[in-house]
Design a protein around this ligand. Structure first.
Ligand SMILES: [Zn+2]
Ligand SMILES: [Zn+2]
Length: 276
């Protein structure tokens, strides 16, 4: 079994409307590519901040300009008109955990993908809300903050899958990167990850970004495996052509690290299926 659980049915651009993209014809395009690539289990995880209800959680400017759709209409569409698993990509916003819990608990997801995109008001992967205040800034402090926040996200219990776990490397060499062995940063997330045994997303999206690497780095993934966490496999596709993109690389990585099973979710219950 192969999964692709972190699918977006539309690009991030606010002009990509729900009316245009949340359609069975569009889902069929994702299914067709998945079938070609031998991926049986698909789920979508739209960004929570594209939905009006997210403004009850946080009112960041990006969210205010993006939050136009109805969350329950999305859930209804996926459940009633598609054979996709119903997921959501929810941000971990420090201080807003209770509000996010309220939003998430009132809907019946198959799984919730948890992401750390923001440190305070600033984003690690969006140059409109740049977290780097200067390109020559020393990176160690930001990396420490990112991985501490990631550990808190795991520990919060809000999420089933920890998305793109080392997203802080998004910009690759276009932003400062700490020197030496990066495990000193990963270590800062590990208590929360080990306690929660959250599923760790292996995402091929990093290969399509300036980082040019799968998320997470093999050394980080190894630490998560040692802590007893299972793996969830995803592409983070925003267009049909990216469904299961570069899965050969991801599966080779899993084989190299001895991962023989993938996490599969239904109504937030997790089980493991052999990779294949
Ligand atoms: Zn994300
Ligand atoms: Zn995503």
């Amino acid at each position: 079994m192969l999964t692709d659980y972190h699918l977006h049915l539309r690009p991030d651009d606010v002009s990509a409307t729900a009316a245009e993209y949340f359609s069975t014809a569009n889902v069929d395009r994702y299914r067709a590519v998945a079938e070609e690539r031998g991926i049986g289990e698909l789920g979508c995880a739209e960004h929570v901040y594209r939905f009006a209800q997210a403004l009850e959680v946080w009112s960041h400017p990006l969210w205010r300009e993006s939050a136009s759709d109805d969350l329950d209409a999305y859930c209804g569409f996926v459940r009633e008109e598609t054979d996709l698993r119903l997921g959501i990509e929810a941000d971990f916003i420090v201080g807003r955990e209770d509000r996010m819990a309220t939003l998430l608990e009132s809907r019946e997801w198959d799984y919730v993908v948890g992401s750390v995109h923001f440190l305070g008001e600033h984003a690690v992967d969006h140059d409109g809300y740049e977290v780097w205040d200067h390109r020559s800034q020393r990176p160690d402090e930001l990396w420490r903050r990112y991985f501490r926040t990631l550990g808190e996200a795991a520990r919060s219990g809000l999420f089933d899958i920890l998305a793109h776990p080392d997203l802080i490397k998004y910009w690759g060499s276009r932003r400062p990167v700490p020197e030496g062995d990066l495990r000193r940063f990963y270590e800062l997330a590990m208590d929360g990850i080990a306690e929660s045994r959250i599923a760790i997303e292996v995402s091929t999206a990093g290969l399509r970004k300036p980082a040019g690497e799968i998320y997470p780095a093999p050394a980080f993934l190894e630490m998560c495996l040692e802590a007893g966490c299972p793996v969830a496999l995803s592409s983070d596709a925003h267009v049909p052509a990216d469904v299961g993109r570069d899965y050969d690389d991801a599966v080779a990585l899993l084989q190299r690290l001895g991962v023989g099973e993938l996490a599969v979710f239904e109504r937030r219950v997790r089980r493991l299926e052999p990779v294949g």
